[in-house]
Write a protein that binds this ligand. Structure first.
Ligand SMILES: Nc1nc2c(c(=O)[nH]1)N[C@H]1C(S)=C(S)[C@@H](COP(=O)(O)OP(=O)(O)OC[C@H]3O[C@@H](n4cnc5c(=O)[nH]c(N)nc54)[C@H](O)[C@@H]3O)O[C@H]1N2
Ligand SMILES: Nc1nc2c(c(=O)[nH]1)N[C@H]1C(S)=C(S)[C@@H](COP(=O)(O)OP(=O)(O)OC[C@H]3O[C@@H](n4cnc5c(=O)[nH]c(N)nc54)[C@H](O)[C@@H]3O)O[C@H]1N2
Ligand SMILES: [Mo]
Length: 782
């Protein structure tokens, strides 16, 4: 509970991050500790690293402007420049001036405000909501659609099973159903315990791993189809099927082949509840193209032995089976295919539409398979703010090719001429692919404005940097999308003297641009928090949930909601199974589309009208692997949320020699003269980084695992000294359908570096020069 604290005494205040609910222990202006809430049975360790990062030397504590930009030096380079301190007034004038100039000279589409990223959990201070409201009211902007998480899935699934982008999550079986009815969970991409830590908006309690345990305890068997053994917790006793990354579609087609060839396929469901079964079957059996997608064929592609494939198919047919599809399998070239093929496999498995069976998306991630989603009130957005839009992962294409076009889900999108980029709550110099290419693209706009709390790679590449308050320095409330506790987020400490909230920055800019009152609606931040809580309360009342009034909630620090279990009927595929005509899906046919005439009509060779195996641009077992013999898996980090809190204790403790660890099989390491703990150089034709080798037989030979999120730290040649995998990944869309990111499709080679290696400088702030402007005069470096 918050209250006064005098020096020496500590205060406890409740807060929530995307990784859970915590108590913040503070003393005066300092955060001393961040402790998991006692009600969380399986808290994330990431919280422990928060206090030092909140007060880190690389915290941005004053508004800053890039020197070369301020001086109008067109040859100066973003990312290599010094910064000049400016007053808030000056920073607001510069930003408002540029927004006005760019809109006036080039139109609103020249302002890119996609601003993708995982800003903080609070509902009011949610930076995406703040920036989009601001830019919409300022006259419009170019937005982004879809996600880095699961773009391929969210674009292809509406064609296949209908509904919204995450329809599979809502339709998949719950853990309760799995525990009670399932015999087998086959998980493509595993169900890594590490990934269950994070839920957008915050999990008040982490329940995934205990559900997994309960299912295993009830006799459910698990198969972990993944290059990494630890993608299933040891206690699940999962069978590990290590395949070559990016080959899931071939494996799924072969499993389907066995079901068809051995008379095990549920042809009744396939003909009654799906469309296109005949054509899909003919493709799988090789009748239409002369290649049977049988286990021998798939074994050559996936590296999984023929017998293993045959046996797994028979086990699937013999049990109530969940076909779980992790999001990682679609962050690949042709990433639409494994989701489509996975649903086809589930449709033929005999379990689709029965309790505890059928396809699931992202079970094991983000508390899926537990409860239904809540309708939480958000900051209102004016209509029509986005005057143009791009698929989110096509940002570098947009910056490099103004006027160029991109195919996307049946449309052709023309890239605007981007003059101003405005980011709040994301780190593109962590999340985007081929960062060397993004570096070049990022030099193109006239102006880049960034809100950040820390001198990360994106803040260093901005022209105007607004230093913003962290979650611990603001009042807010949180309710994870599928959660059962609404939590208060009390301001634990004040922000540093010259730091403001995102909202305060936008409110001040709005005032300068003449729509201050419209933006704030006359409410203070605290009044907005209350307002959004009241609106949430109102919405939940319509669902029969009675929340306390704001004051009582704020005092108590949290309020419980009744658990919202999804109907235990096998999800909406159950009604499809019993009555396909009476309970149609929202697809053109009303059924599962094994063949989609809509997608076929787009005429995309890289995403035809049914699930097929298409060669990715690179993979193990092909000629490309002769030069770069290891497949790089850049998965989600166990010790942080992407790049967030990389400098915190938990992430730092995981580094090897101060660099991001790369997991290698001992055989691959031996062949390259690499020992455990060595600094290594990972490289391909796109770039290179350094990392610290960790040898383990928990990765498949031929695979190297370097988690995403190490703060990008390029030297003068663009070699990342710290180990950010996105210097190595390729910036190509999944296909013309979704244009999603393909970070998973990456071959590399690795070698030892020897002793002479540069130090990591990711956490050293850039050079800052103090400007001492006489009042009213232009800032100049001294
Ligand atoms: N190679 C590879 N690349 C990947 C992935 C992968 O698996 N492999 N995964 C992809 C995926 S799934 C995702 S979702 C993306 C994630 O990409 P991002 O969401 O961009 O990554 P984060 O590190 O979470 O960045 C969030 C940023 O917001 C800042 N921030 C936090 N709270 C606030 C706030 O209240 N206000 C402001 N102004 N800033 C705030 C943090 O300091 C941080 O810099 O990465 C993608 N990139
Ligand atoms: N601790 C932690 N948890 C997180 C996040 C985080 O940053 N930190 N990020 C969250 C976010 S934004 C998202 S989108 C989700 C992402 O959820 P996912 O996309 O499922 O997560 P990943 O860790 O990228 O991948 C899961 C596993 O898939 C395996 N894998 C990789 N490529 C392949 C492949 O081609 N085939 C198969 N079969 N397996 C493969 C990898 O070994 C990896 O460990 O995670 C969320 N959870
Ligand atoms: Mo994500």
């Amino acid at each position: 509970m918050s209250g006064d604290s005098s020096a020496g005494e500590t205060t406890r205040t409740p807060t929530t991050f995307h990784w859970g609910r915590y108590d913040v222990v503070s003393s005066g202006d300092r955060v001393v500790a961040v402790e998991p809430h006692p009600g969380d049975p399986d808290p994330s360790p990431v919280g422990a690293g928060v206090p030092e990062v909140n007060h880190a030397p690389y915290r941005i504590t004053r508004p800053m402007v890039r020197e070369g930009w301020l001086l109008g030096d067109r040859d100066s380079v973003r990312g290599r420049d010094r910064f000049v301190t400016v007053t808030w007034d000056r920073a607001f004038d510069l930003a408002a001036g540029e927004l006005t100039r760019v809109r006036g000279e080039h139109g609103p589409a020249a302002i890119y405000g996609g601003s993708y990223g995982w800003g903080s959990a609070g509902r009011f201070h949610h930076p995406q909501s703040q920036i989009h409201r601001f830019l919409a009211m300022a006259g419009g902007y170019t937005a982004s659609v879809n996600t880095y998480s699961f773009a391929a899935m969210e674009v292809v699934l509406p064609h296949v099973i209908g509904g919204g982008p995450t329809s599979l999550h809502e339709r998949g079986p719950t853990w309760r159903e799995i525990t009670e009815h399932a015999g087998l969970v086959v998980s493509f991409g595993g169900l890594a315990a590490k990934n269950t830590q994070m839920v957008p908006g915050g999990p008040s309690r982490h329940t995934q791993t205990s559900w997994q345990r309960a299912a295993a305890g009830a006799g459910v068997r698990f198969v972990n189809v993944s290059p990494v053994r630890d993608d299933a917790a040891a206690e699940l006793g999962a069978r590990w099927l290590p395949l070559r990354p990016g080959t899931d579609t071939a494996l799924m087609l072969a499993l389907t082949h066995v079901l068809l060839a051995e008379g095990l396929a549920d042809t009744d469901f396939a003909t009654r509840c799906c469309v296109g079964f005949d054509r899909f079957r003919d493709y799988v059996l090789g009748r239409s193209d002369g290649t049977a997608k049988d286990p021998a064929w798939a074994s050559g592609i996936t590296g999984v032995p023929e017998d293993g494939i045959r046996e797994l198919a028979r086990t699937i047919a013999a049990h109530r089976t969940v076909i779980n599809l992790a999001w990682s399998i679609q962050r690949h070239d042709h990433g639409e295919q494994p989701y489509w093929a996975g649903i086809a496999l589930a449709a033929l498995s005999g379990s689709c539409g029965l309790p505890g069976g059928g396809p699931a998306g992202g079970l094991g991630i983000a508390e899926h398979g537990t409860r239904g989603h809540r309708r939480i009130a958000a900051l209102p957005q004016p209509a029509g703010g986005a005057v143009a839009r791009i698929p989110v992962a096509r940002i570098a294409d947009m910056l490099l090719e103004p006027g160029g076009t991109v195919d996307y889900d049946g449309e052709r999108i023309t890239f605007p001429d981007t003059r101003l980029v405005y980011w709040a709550g994301g780190n593109p110099f962590h999340h985007h692919q081929d960062l060397g290419r993004l570096e070049r693209a990022w030099q193109r706009p006239d102006t880049v404005i960034v809100h950040e709390s820390w001198w990360n790679a994106t803040a260093r590449r901005a022209d105007i940097v607004f230093p913003v308050a962290t979650t611990l320095e603001r009042d807010d409330f949180a309710l994870g999308a599928a959660d059962s506790t609404i939590t208060a987020m009390h301001r634990a400490v004040p922000p540093p003297a010259d730091v403001r909230t995102d909202h305060a920055v936008f409110a001040a800019l709005a005032a300068r641009l003449g729509f201050g009152d419209r933006f704030t609606e006359g409410r203070s931040e605290r009044q907005w928090v209350r307002e959004l809580y009241d609106r949430t309360r109102e919405r939940l009342r319509a669902e029969g949930v009675d929340l306390p009034g704001f004051d009582a909630f704020w005092r108590a620090g949290s309020a419980a909601l009744p658990e919202k279990d999804m109907t235990p009927d096998g999800g909406s595929f159950a009604t499809l199974r019993t009555d396909p005509a009476g309970a149609p899906l929202a697809t053109p046919s009303g059924r599962i589309e094994l063949v989609s005439d809509t997608v076929a009509a787009f005429g995309y060779p890289d995403c035809p009208g049914m699930p097929v195996w298409l060669e990715p641009y690179e993979r193990l077992g092909t000629e490309a692997a002769e030069r770069h013999g290891l497949h790089l898996v850049s998965n989600q980090p166990k010790t942080r949320l992407h790049s967030q809190y990389d400098g915190g204790r938990i992430s730092r403790d995981s580094k090897v020699g101060g660099r991001e660890p790369v997991d290698l099989h001992p055989d691959d390491a031996r062949a390259r003269g690499i020992a455990d703990g060595d600094t290594v150089r990972i490289h391909n034709d796109r770039g290179a980084c350094l990392a610290g080798a960790r040898l383990t037989d928990a990765v498949r030979p031929g695979v190297a695992v370097l988690a995403t999120g190490a703060w990008y730290d390029p030297d003068d040649d663009g070699v990342c000294r710290h180990g950010n995998p996105n210097v190595l990944t390729r910036d190509t869309g999944t296909s013309r359908l979704a244009q999603g990111p393909t970070s998973g499709t990456t071959l590399v080679e690795i070698e030892p570096t020897g002793a002479d290696v540069p130090a990591v400088r990711a956490f050293e702030p850039p050079e800052v020069v103090e400007a001492t402007p006489p009042p009213g005069e232009v800032d100049r470096p001294v």
